[in-house]
Design a protein around this ligand. Structure first.
Ligand code: GLU
Ligand code: MG
Length: 437
């Protein structure tokens, strides 16, 4: 019997790490108002726990305030303490939003989308991860044997998600070695990113119950496939009707969807520093790994940065509801709040500028010459974090989508992280990142 149950209030920070503090559950009501104390420089703690250059130094105080709607309380019924945490927002002592609060940054992006497009976002994060221990059926991609090896883990995880009110969809043995995928249903607004954090943490917790370790590291082996985070998106009108699909639009896109995706692709080279933000993310984002290498929209094509997903409905109303597209150039080194915020800002810029719908590809772009790519308006995505960061740094418009001061902090953080891996080769980098994620 635990005398003083604790609950952990968390932020998913620039490093994409879930950090925070625990307090007695009995104080929950009080803490909903006053939060817990937080320190500005914590935002510069990289995924390797080395602190990058911080403009805040040792100064300042903030509050991390729990949002009750995100509470997780999962008892694994194995005589250990329940997994109990809640996501929060970071504010100043006066209750103003803090410039580096990733969750607030997402809320601002969602508001901008609502103002410009008149819609709210429905989204879902599809996660791939790998288990560090090896089973007898290692490598059996999509097989029943590979699934059965981890059936108990999968069932425990799905039950934990459901207890948290998360709508489960599927669990499968992915292609890579000890690689699995977990899919959940869509949620509106900031909730999908809350769910993404909860899912990562419950997956890690479940793996630990089985004496294992789950890693969401973007790639574990430079010669194999990576662990992607595919972000599925669709739009809802204020009356709840779908706004993503138009039978007459290119590949079924409504004009709003077309402009949004055009914006995402236009600014992709500058936002990728936030969606695929580790040094090894760029090993994954190479052709023929079913990830993303060019700024293209694919129609049911798994090598596109944005993909229009298949639908099974034939009835027009049901089709409109099922229709969605996914962003594939993201991974779990990114805080889901920041990745989604960056995508929404880029897409909303496309709506504001009334960009025309992009054409869709259904082919291997890696066989085209540079000239052919250029003629068709495609560019190879940045091939290193350094390059991605300088695209972000040099794109003033993109930086201005974020609160004052945020982009300088972000750049300093990521450059501090890069310093930790400068002297390592790709294999060593993957190993180091696999301990962080
Ligand atoms: N593992 C691939 C990635 O890194 C995705 C495979 C799939 O299409 O599910 O994104
Ligand atoms: Mg997959």
């Amino acid at each position: 019997m635990i005398e003083t149950p604790l609950i952990f209030v968390a932020t998913s920070d620039i490093a994409g790490i879930t950090r925070g503090k625990a307090f007695p559950l009995a104080d929950f009501k009080k803490r909903l108002k006053h939060g817990v104390g937080w320190t500005p420089t914590n935002v510069q703690i990289t995924c390797f726990d080395v602190i990058a250059d911080s403009p805040y130094g040792a100064l300042g105080d903030l509050l991390l305030i729990p949002d009750e709607t995100t509470s997780v309380d999962v008892d694994f019924e194995d005589n250990t303490a329940p997994e109990r945490f809640v996501m929060g927002d970071i504010t100043t002592l006066e209750g103003e939003p803090w410039e580096c609060c990733t969750r607030t940054i997402l809320k601002t992006a969602l508001d901008r989308l609502k103002t410009a497009g008149g819609v709210s976002l429905l989204s879902a994060f599809e996660h791939e991860f790998q288990l560090k221990s090896e089973t007898p059926s290692k490598g059996k991609a999509y097989s029943l044997a590979g699934f059965s090896d981890r059936r108990a883990l999968g069932e425990t995880l799905m039950a934990a998600l459901e207890k948290t009110g998360i709508q489960t969809d599927s669990f499968m043995k992915e292609y890579g070695r000890e690689q699995y995928e977990v899919v959940v249903g869509p949620d509106q607004g900031v909730r999908s990113a809350d769910v993404a954090v909860i899912l990562r943490e419950l997956t890690r917790a479940t793996a630990r119950k089985y004496g294992d370790e789950a890693t969401f590291c973007p790639i574990l082996d430079p010669d194999s496939v990576g662990n992607g985070v595919h972000i599925h998106m669709s739009f809802l009108n204020p009356d709840g009707t779908p706004a993503t699909y138009d039978e007459a639009g290119t590949a079924g896109m409504s004009s709003l969807t077309g402009s949004f995706i055009a914006g995402v692709l236009k600014y992709l080279d500058s936002i990728i520093a936030l969606t695929a933000p580790s040094a090894i993310s760029y090993l994954r984002l190479t052709p023929h790994r079913w990830s993303a290498a060019y700024n293209n929209l694919g129609f049911r094509d798994r090598e596109a940065s944005v993909r229009i997903c298949p639908i099974t409905a034939t009835d027009p109303k049901k089709k409109a509801r099922q229709y969605n597209f996914e962003f594939r150039a993201a991974d779990a080194a990114a805080s889901p709040y920041l990745a989604l915020a960056a995508i929404i800002h880029a897409g909303t810029q496309g709506i504001e500028d009334k960009l025309p719908a992009p054409s869709v590809t259904e082919e291997d772009l890696s066989v085209l010459s540079e000239k052919e790519l250029e003629d068709r308006g495609y560019t190879r995505l940045p091939q290193s974090l350094e390059e991605a960061l300088s695209r972000f740094e040099n794109n003033k418009k993109v930086r201005n989508w974020f609160p004052d001061g945020f982009s300088d902090v972000y750049l300093a953080h990521k450059r501090g992280e890069l310093k930790c891996v400068t002297d390592l080769n790709d294999v060593e980098r993957c190993a180091k990142y696999s301990d962080a994620y």
